[in-house]
Design a protein around this ligand. Structure first.
Ligand code: GAP
Length: 490
């Protein structure tokens, strides 16, 4: 995959109603995007794929939808007020702000592309160490000694490296004006789960090990925004916190690593498109962490994180709130001793829905040579798993008259409660097929004059482009077999 493919995917998103820049008529807003008519369907389907496999197919995992605003103390206890920051550096001439570690990462990429492997490795090791030690001075030294210049001004006139907190803060109602009562837009959905741990455990009579899952918006004031919906300031997470007995976290960490990788593989984009990457610098809450990386057109990058969060969050919330966040384990050890009360340990799986969306589009986007001789042509097709496709069936009357639209609409009305259908009677059939290919629609049905005589239609398959004649009554079964969640999940 290449940078060129990435550009094509970005413009495809715009042209076909998947993703638009936010507030575009005002020149957009940095790293904020809107999902269009087809994007919202694909995004909803991806969320459903996650929710079904995570919540509905796991007896010991339940869902939650916590509010975005939370008590300010939540972010103190979680460590985000003091520790959720990136190292930033400003160029004094261009006044542009950068993430110091990313300037260095870019330099490492440059060295690699120029074949200077030893230099790339040496700088990577130095960067890893500086990040691990939170050594801001050393980050600055590396930027200076590797002669990194500002991409805008071209100068090396840098400020010192400082920490920059990524949380957006605002004020709430009557609290406004008092600094102590700042509220934050949540930078992760996880904390809504931790503060509801006992509510869910008690009302759901959940027994450890069990999980709580939620999807929702998160906000981070990313210093630099780039790569389209890869790094956004407003994005959506799908997170699951799995509560386990202390001492069993290693096994569960291994379990969720494997389970999550299998889930990605089921999408059918190729197992070689994914790899694990162990974290060198652990987040303030983790004792082990790994990324599932996806082979994006710009290289392997983080798609999902799996973290062993210990009892860090529950313990800190218990301390700061003064509430006991413990679990009473009624089972006994093999030697008959009680497990008793404890604060569970947590394994977290956390995936960005927007990143999953981008990975899906990059993997599904294809340009294919079709036809022969004079009719040679290129088609753009999204080879999406049918369950994820925004539209499952497009219905075309061959002409706008002779009763064909009426039969076409009758078919659509019968199917639309169960499948997202699209009706179109304009343009030649070939053109209509191409438009649906570009949206990833797995099936198109054409109603012609023969349909009026014997209630059969032509059904066209997106990937093979094969067309076959089938009775109207069979369409439902074809769709159900191909587009069901069962087909994707089993
Ligand atoms: N609760 C743990 C947590 O938030 P994270 O690694 O910071 O961990 C988890 O984020 C996932 O959220 C990432 O793997 C990524 O898919 C997504 N994500 C994080 N920051 C993002 C951003 N600025 N834009 C889009 N997705 C982002």
């Amino acid at each position: 995959m290449s940078e060129e493919l990435f550009k094509k995917v970005v413009s495809h998103c715009k042209e076909y109603g998947f993703v638009f820049p936010s507030s575009e008529i005002y020149e957009g807003l940095g790293a904020v995007y809107d999902y269009g008519q087809n994007g919202v369907e694909l995004k909803n389907n991806l969320r459903q794929y996650w929710w079904k496999s995570m919540v509905q197919l796991n007896e010991n995992i339940v869902g939650l939808d916590a509010a975005i605003f939370m008590h300010p103390k939540v972010w103190k206890a979680s460590g985000h007020v003091d520790g959720f920051s990136d190292p930033m550096i400003d160029n004094k001439d261009s006044k542009k702000r950068y993430r110091a570690d990313q300037l260095l990462e870019d330099k490492i990429d440059r060295y690699s592309k120029d074949g200077k492997t030893a230099k790339a490795e040496e700088l990577q090791a130095a960067l890893d160490k500086a990040m691990l030690d939170s050594n801001l001075e050393e980050l600055k030294n590396l930027i200076v000694s590797h002669e990194i210049a500002c991409p805008v001004s071209g100068t090396r006139n840098w400020t010192d490296v400082r920490q920059f907190n990524l949380m957006f803060a605002t004020e709430m109602g009557a609290m406004a004006g008092t600094d102590a009562d700042k509220v934050y837009l949540r930078p992760e959905t996880a904390q809504g789960i931790f503060v509801n741990f006992l509510n869910v455990q008690k009302t759901g009579r959940m027994k450890v090990p069990f999980g709580i899952a939620q999807t929702g918006k998160a906000f981070r004031n990313e210093i630099i925004a780039r790569q389209f919906i890869m790094r956004m300031r407003e994005f959506e997470q799908m997170e699951m916190q799995f509560f386990v007995r202390p001492g069993t976290q290693k096994e569960w960490y291994a379990h969720w690593k494997e389970t999550r990788m299998k889930w990605h593989h089921k999408l059918g984009f190729g197992e070689n498109m994914y790899r694990f990457h162990d974290h060198v610098k652990l987040a303030h809450y983790a004792d082990a962490a790994v990324d599932i990386e996806f082979n994006f057109p710009f290289g392997f990058k983080e798609l999902e994180g799996i973290h062993s969060r210990t009892d860090f969050d529950l313990r800190n919330h218990a301390e700061l709130s003064g509430k006991k966040l413990q679990y009473f384990d009624a089972e006994k050890y093999e030697n008959g001793k009680d497990y008793g009360n404890y604060i569970p340990y947590v394994i977290e799986t956390s995936i960005g829905l927007d990143r999953l969306f981008l990975a899906t589009l990059c993997a599904a986007y294809k340009e294919e040579e079709v036809g022969e001789g004079d009719k040679k042509d290129t088609r753009v097709v999204l080879s999406l798993p049918p369950a994820l496709a925004p539209i499952k069936l497009a219905i075309f009357p061959l002409t706008k008259k002779d009763g064909l639209p009426e039969l076409a609409r009758e078919i659509m009305n019968d199917l639309r409660m169960d499948f997202n259908c699209f009706y179109e009677e304009k343009d030649a059939i070939g053109k209509r097929y191409r438009r649906q290919d570009a949206l990833g629609t797995p099936f198109c049905v054409t109603v012609d004059h023969e349909s009026l005589e014997n209630r059969t239609v032509t059904i066209r398959h997106r990937d093979s482009m094969i067309q076959e004649r089938v009775p109207v009554e069979q369409i439902r079964n074809i769709l159900a077999d191909s587009c069901s969640w069962k087909t994707l999940l089993s």
